[in-house]
Design a protein around this ligand. Structure first.
Ligand code: ZN
Length: 325
């Protein structure tokens, strides 16, 4: 396809499923993804990352990788100026959206910011991410932040394995939203299902892995890098979680906006119009079913509304998380 100026279809994506020691079966049982095994940790729903790259499902670009579409059709992503030049400040599709099913605890980790990553990780980007709690067991918690008050105390807690003092676990419930800035210690705990929106980057420093073994060996830790990048003191517990379960219906509600992304919750009940005010809009259907511009959509679907779709009509009864830059 050459000219896509009037391209009016949503771009449905084939997700990529991953196996992880802490994964479970909910991505198959609850979301219907076709995948074998009892250790399914992540669904990379909107991804152009080489570690798990999505392809377009159906339509004019059936089978095309998202990274390739980003290169060959920048106009679909609002990335083509009047003279054909690239206008967004990204050399690759900038976002990554995952659903994560933690049957067991994930390791305690932290991500660097762009500056640290550029210097220490071969010019890579840092990582900023955010979580929306899709579901969780009663009395669930997540690790967000830590209890050290000074860098010295932080070093002592980490170097001497004072984990119960160091780790700050906060109770969470369905519908909670958490922004994870670089330098924030974090971990998803068993029993929590989340939607993660993040920068398209994969640099993680593992602080502590509960002394677990994978194939007989402990997984690599990155203690000195972690101590370098962890913010001290951590953001307060009250500032770390926002409850977003009951938001206004049939309108995009911005849950968070930062330099890297804007993330919206959209509760559809009936029908609504969604104007394309952004370069593009990534859409993940998390509950229910309906239609987007006449195309059937259901729980577990991930799609992109390209820049060429100026207005969308969304109908049905659905919970959606949308993201853009
Ligand atoms: Zn993370």
């Amino acid at each position: 396809m050459n000219s896509t100026e009037n391209f009016a279809e949503p771009l449905f994506l084939n997700p990529v499923l991953t196996h992880n020691i802490w994964g479970g079966t909910r991505l198959r049982d609850d979301y219907g993804y076709k995948v074998e095994g009892n250790d399914i940790g992540e669904c990379w729903g909107i991804s152009a990352h080489p570690n798990g790259e999505g392809t377009v499902r159906g339509g004019a670009f059936d089978g095309v990788k998202l990274s390739e579409l980003w290169e060959t059709h920048p106009e679909l992503f609002g990335n083509k100026g009047a003279d054909g030049e690239r206008i967004l400040p990204y050399d690759r599709f900038p976002l990554l959206t995952k659903i994560i099913d933690a049957k067991d605890d994930l390791s305690i980790q932290v991500h660097p910011d762009d500056e640290y990553a550029a210097e220490h990780e071969n010019g890579s980007f840092g990582k900023t991410e955010c979580w929306y709690v899709l579901d969780c067991d009663d009395n669930s918690s997540l690790v967000i932040g830590h209890n050290a008050t000074t860098k010295e105390e932080l070093k002592d807690m980490i170097n001497n394995g004072r984990w119960s003092e160091f780790i700050r676990e906060l109770p969470v419930k369905k519908g909670d939203f958490l922004q994870i800035d670089p330098g924030t210690v974090h971990a998803i705990k068993g029993g929590v299902l989340i939607l993660e929106t993040q920068q398209n980057s994969d640099i993680t420093y593992r602080v502590y892995d509960y002394d677990r073994l994978q194939n007989g060996k402990p997984r690599q830790l990155h203690v000195s890098q972690s101590i370098d990048v962890i913010n001290v003191p951590a953001k307060s517990a009250d500032d770390s979680i926002r409850h977003m379960a009951d938001t206004e219906i049939n309108t995009p509600v911005c849950m968070y906006e930062c330099k890297y992304y804007k993330v919206f919750k959209i509760s559809v009940d009936g029908s609504m119009k969604l104007e394309q005010k952004y370069p593009f809009m990534g859409i993940s259907i998390l509950e229910g079913c309906g239609t987007v511009n006449g195309f059937d959509v259901k729980k577990g679907d991930h799609l992109i509304l390209p820049n060429t779709v100026r207005e969308s009509e969304i109908c049905g009864k659905m919970e959606i998380i949308a993201s853009t830059v």
